[in-house]
Design a protein around this ligand. Structure first.
Ligand code: NDP
Length: 630
């Protein structure tokens, strides 16, 4: 359905002037006008003439008829004006079905006395004045509407409607790396924008103005440094997408903008906020009748510009109002569906994004470990490793991160490979840390994410803890591994990384009652995001059938077939003094899961020995707890 057409829906009690204003507006805009009253059935008209108020079942078909007019106009990409009382929220929901993002609700607001006076002068209308009270009784004033005072003169009312409907559809806050790229993406998709960036004298000046000037697609956007006019430039209900620093800064901005918002407005946080902060903000803003949506956004700068993966959560009703805006900029999966989907309530979107980043940490570390083995044990030059990774990337190992590493390893500065000039210290912005903490709190063994995170921490510490920089990699005395073994080890470890990551999601879904759709989460991660890969395509199918990856026969067989290679890789790497936290964690995880001779019985006995924590017995199916005086 095309989205450039608009439906102007004038609503209000009978006698508020919907037809008069609607016709004037239609003449001014040169578009057709439909009077909702003309679409009542004969039986409804008879009832009203007889002074009997309509009930909801009387109204249902009538509302569906009005919905049909709107949708037919949108399909034909034709703007229309419709006048209809639409007094209850549920009536408006029926009317607006499939028209999200294309409908302006214009509420003609006035006192009963004024309307009664006007009705008294009307001739030949089937609605008796006596029914007016019943209309006021059922009226639920729409928060999300343009409110027009009917005591104004007609032309002022029309002008106000034109002014309000001409405002920006979306406000973007924060024009850093991500915000600017998202704004450009929306603008390219025809969304009318207002842009805001804070002003700090001498540091952050004219940020929005410069963005508008520098990017042609932003030329029609409006730029602001003050919150109040920024908010006033947006049509109601206002939709404001924040792309700013997570944490205290986000709370500070919410406090700053809140006094300027009105009931029904929607604030969206696209930053990497902690999911518990999102939950708190949803509850806080709900009390002020402001909707809050927390959304994960993945894809970095390029993804934001050309199509990110988007993971929104929060009140579903509010999500439905912004769904079209998210879908329009999202990457598309191989079937053309947007890589954006409602994740669930609370901060579930930010939780899912956090685990995405955790999986990303381990995926990056696995590539780094494979590179280190090929470089330092097998002695391949970076360009040769790039060639090999390029070859792997043509098949089932295809991933955005592997492809990126090919480019990284090919890059030279002068005669040197750039990779050799980069300091061996890795930073992080906290999401891997949160993912590790959350996995631990949920009781899920995410050893690979933790291993990848701690590898980054070690990189910042090693100089200060002890200077072993002189130690060189010892070549393993055994013969080098075949490249196929290295490839198989990497393949196995990646599957285990995905199993652990999705296991955290499954646990969170049960714990927080989010009802996460793991298959759909895999689907929206197949494009736009940093962990998109051929393997992720397999996850869609696997999680469609199972909620646990290792229950998938194909995956299980693959892991069994690859385990020996993973083991060989770990042994060779360790024998060569390489640090391989992620490969080792993946192998250890498999060993722990499948070990015939487990260690947990010793642990439990020790716990009972010093703390009387009790234990259960293998041969007692009742699950009775025992304690021994050791
Ligand atoms: P940048 O540092 O490039 O931009 C941060 C933005 O936040 C700037 O516009 C900055 O304004 C604004 N800001 C900072 N503090 C405040 C404040 N107190 N009040 C109002 N605005 C403020 O970061 P990114 O664009 O990379 O990231 C933005 C958000 O998106 C972060 O939460 C980040 O974690 C998340 N994110 C980043 C991704 C990435 O790949 N970079 C991917 C996905 C999410 P000013 O210019 O004035 O400093």
């Amino acid at each position: 359905m095309k989205r450039s057409a608009k439906i102007y829906l004038l609503m209000g009690v009978s006698g508020s002037g919907k037809t008069t204003i609607g016709q004037l507006l239609a003449a001014q805009l040169g578009i057709p006008f439909f009077d909702g009253d003309d679409f009542h059935s004969a039986s409804n008209i008879e009832k009203m003439k007889a002074g009997i108020p309509l009930d909801d079942s009387d109204r249902y078909e009538w509302l569906k008829n009005i919905n049909r007019i709107g949708n037919e106009a949108l399909v034909a990409d034709r703007s229309v004006i419709i006048a209809c009382s639409a007094l209850k929220k549920k009536y408006r929901e029926i009317i607006a079905e499939h028209m999200e993002g294309s409908i302006f609700w214009i509420f003609l607001q006035g006192s009963k006395e004024l309307i009664q006076k006007r009705m008294a002068t009307r001739k030949e209308h089937y609605m008796p004045i006596s029914l007016l009270q019943s209309q006021f009784d059922i009226l639920e004033i729409p928060n999300e509407s343009i409110k027009i005072d009917i005591s104004l003169d007609k032309q002022t009312m029309v002008n106000t409607i034109l002014e309000e409907t001409n405002k920006s559809t979306l406000g973007v806050v924060g024009l850093g790396v991500m915000g600017k790229s998202l704004a450009r993406n929306w603008a390219r998709n025809g969304v009318k924008l207002s842009l805001y960036n804070r002003y700090i004298k001498g540091v952050e000046e004219k940020v929005a103005e410069n963005a508008i000037h520098n990017y042609t697609e932003l030329n029609t956007a409006l730029g602001f440094v003050d919150v109040k006019p920024f908010v006033q430039s947006l049509m109601q209900p206002r939709i404001i997408f924040m792309m700013i620093k997570a944490g205290r800064e986000t709370d500070q901005f919410i406090d700053e903008i809140l006094p300027h918002l009105e009931a029904g407005d929607i604030l969206v946080d696209g930053g990497n906020s902690h999911y518990e902060d999102t939950k708190r903000r949803i509850a806080y803003l709900e009390k002020q009748q402001i909707h809050f949506i927390g959304t994960g956004v993945s894809g970095g700068e390029k993804g934001a510009l050309n199509g990110p993966s988007i993971m929104p959560s929060g009140p579903f009703e509010a999500y439905k109002k912004i769904e079209h805006l998210l879908n329009t900029i999202a990457a598309k999966d191989k079937n053309g569906k947007p890589c954006a989907a409602y994740i669930g309530p609370d901060g579930s979107g930010h939780f899912v994004k956090m685990i995405h980043n955790g999986i990303e940490y381990a995926e990056m570390q696995l590539i780094a470990e494979t590179y280190a083995y090929l470089r330092y044990v097998q002695g391949l030059a970076p360009n040769k490793i790039a060639d090999l990774f390029h070859e792997w990337n043509q098949g089932t190992l295809r991933s955005y991160l592997l492809e990126s590493t090919v480019h990284i390893l090919q890059k030279k500065e002068g005669d040197a490979y750039l990779i050799d000039l980069i300091l061996d210290v890795a930073g992080n912005k906290g999401t891997g840390n949160w993912a590790t903490i959350s996995a631990s709190e949920l009781g899920i063994p995410a050893g690979m994410i933790t291993g990848a995170l701690f590898a980054r921490y070690v990189s910042t510490l090693k100089e200060s803890v002890c200077n072993l920089r002189q130690q060189t990699v010892t070549n393993s005395t055994d013969q080098s591994l075949s490249l196929n073994t290295v490839k198989a080890a990497y393949t196995a470890a990646r599957i285990i990384n995905h199993q652990q990551g999705f296991l955290i999601l499954k646990a969170a879904s049960l714990e927080f009652k989010w009802d996460l759709d793991l298959s759909n989460i895999a689907r929206i991660w197949t494009n736009g995001c940093i962990i998109r890969s051929a393997l992720m395509e397999e996850m869609i199918i696997a999680f469609h059938q199972h909620d646990e990856l290792f229950n998938d026969d194909k995956i299980q067989q693959e892991i069994i077939a690859l385990k020996q290679d993973l083991k060989s890789f770990c042994i060779h790497s360790l024998a060569s003094d390489l640090s391989i936290p992620c490969h080792a964690a993946s192998l250890d995880y498999l060993n722990s899961l499948h070990a015939k001779h487990a260690t947990a019985n010793i642990i439990q006995a020790q716990r009972d020995f010093f703390g009387a924590h009790t234990y259960q017995k293998r041969d007692d199916v009742t699950g009775t707890f025992y304690h021994t005086e050791w």
